[in-house]
Design a protein. Structure first.
Length: 134
């Protein structure tokens, strides 16, 4: 095997690794940690009690997204928002003992956004922070 083929193979391999590395860095830079705290329902015991969940979503430019689970199956959740203005709306749906909707009024912060709204029958608050902001 000639040295030219070896060098060319090495350059192609390094180029592929470098492109993959840059892609991973971009994905991680867009990642946001979403902490959602929701109030209870009725007497607030068992599954009706208040809860807090932490999700991983994305804030890519002005687009906010969260996708979790398999569409049409229990545990699925999808959020979408257009953060092109300081205040924006996040809407979506989830499946938890049937299909339900969610809607939050959000405001951008220096590190991500905060939001208040409804997730099904519950009132919830969200703090979302970009990866590396804390």
């Amino acid at each position: 095997m000639s040295w030219k083929i070896v060098v060319l193979t090495l350059i192609v391999a390094l180029g592929a690794f470098g492109a993959g590395y840059l892609w991973l860095e971009k994905v991680h830079a867009n990642t946001i940690k979403i902490t959602m705290a929701c109030g209870g329902i009725g007497n607030s015991v068992g599954p009706l009690a208040p809860f807090e969940r932490v999700y991983e979503g994305a804030m890519d430019g002005n687009r906010v997204t969260l996708n979790r689970g398999t569409a049409g199956k229990e545990g699925f959740e999808e959020w979408k928002g257009d953060a092109s203005t300081e205040s924006f709306l996040i809407t979506g749906s989830y499946i938890e003992v049937g299909a339900k909707t969610l809607s939050f009024k959000a405001t951008k912060t220096n590190t991500g956004f905060q939001a208040d709204g409804q997730r099904g029958p519950r009132k919830c608050h969200i703090d979302a922070v970009r990866r590396g902001s804390v």
